[in-house]
Design a binder for this molecule. Sequence first.
Ligand code: UD1
Ligand code: CA
Length: 450
Amino acid sequence: MRNAIVLAAGKGTRMKSKTNKVMHTLIDRPMLAYIIDALRAVNVERIVVVVGYEAESIKQAFPDVEFALQEPQLGTGHAVMQCSMLAKEEGNTVIINGDGPCIQPETLEKLFQANEDASLTLLTTVLENGGNYGRIVRDTQDHVVGIVEAKDCTEAQKEIREINAGMYCFNNKDLFENLDQLQPNNAQKEYYLTDLVKILSEQGKVVKGLIIDDRDEVSGINDCVELYSAYEWMRKKINTKWMREGVQIVDPKRTVIGKDVVIGKDVIIWPNVEILGQTVIQDFVEILPGSYLNNAIIETGAKIDSSKIVDSTIGQGTTVGPMSHVRNHSHIGNHCRLGNFVEFKNTNFGDGSKCAHLTYVGDSDVGKNVNFGCGVVTVNYDGKNKFRTTIKDGAFIGSNVNLIAPVTIGENALLAAGSTITQDVADGDMGIARTRQSNKNGFGDQYKNK
Ligand code: UD1
Ligand code: CA
């Protein structure tokens, strides 16, 4: 059985923020979410997250894992001591710092497998300068025999370039049988998890160090500069993957794609585009500069031009933008056109319908082949409640019409430009609601010559 403990109780002082470090966003989700996803991807059954600082925010964001509370925070070893719910489990337990979001499932899989015949396996990497990382101490036969924290290093130990990545796999029994041997006799007066390396190796147990070539994958994030490094690394990794799949990302330095996004074939993504969340982009889609898509489904052949699409679907061959905003569970049909400066909120828009300019459509059910003129507003909110507008197939909505909801416009009905529509209009009828024009003879000249 596979278990995991994620350490996330510390504040992350170097972030200089009130938010817990692991809750800082990387591309489109908190750092911690990447770690939990990676653990699930390698079939870890029980995941315990150790929380302390701002515990509630983490608990709310991750309802599907278990939590252990560490209060006060007396070090990484002390954090693991709070996880007694795992003490009786069989098998292997990965312990991972919550600030290492770039770790990939393949690496975790290697870590679990390496520990099948060991007591402890830890991930290490080699840096030019070990900085604040714990240094790996090996004996003359190259066996890992200890980790010395940067603050406890002798001058000679500071020169060691192999460092502890803060990601370990323990035989669960060995872990919990030896935790009580940790002592806070070090520079930081903390219970160091890393001391277990020495404890287990002195018992003659097998301790392995697995060296990871890509140091960025296992880096810990401690401040906003390192958060940016992780962002760059992850962005490049995701974009490269999609380019290899044939997605034409015109300038990958100016395109951000979340890790769960799915993209089809013959897709072109122009610069300054963000595609996040559970977005799906089907084949032959083009995303023009300045677009932001989050949890959007963009169907085959659609074209999105500098627009924002959130929690919504855009149908096949539909064009959106420039400067449109589609949100809150809107479903735009096939071969529609949403043009310049239009906002759609919680609206169904039937196949072939068009809304080209300066319009707000909220809480509406619009049929097929409906045409909206410029400047239409569905007036869906009376200050207290929201109401729906229904517009049936083939209706023609003139420019600058206000539809005061709730209201229903029939099939092939016509609304005269400039009308404020408060009553239903039957199929095939026209609604007109405006005062008749009167012209005053010569008034124009008089005014001008005054
Ligand atoms: C730790 C390791 C160090 C390693 C580095 C890798 C120890 C003693 N040192 O150092 O060898 O090179 O990670 O990034 O483990 N945490 C708790 N409770 C605590 C203290 C920390 O949950 O009482 C959590 C933090 O929230 C954080 C993680 O543990 O997510 C690591 O803590 P941090 O203070 O960043 O450890 P480092 O000093 O970086
Ligand atoms: Ca750290």
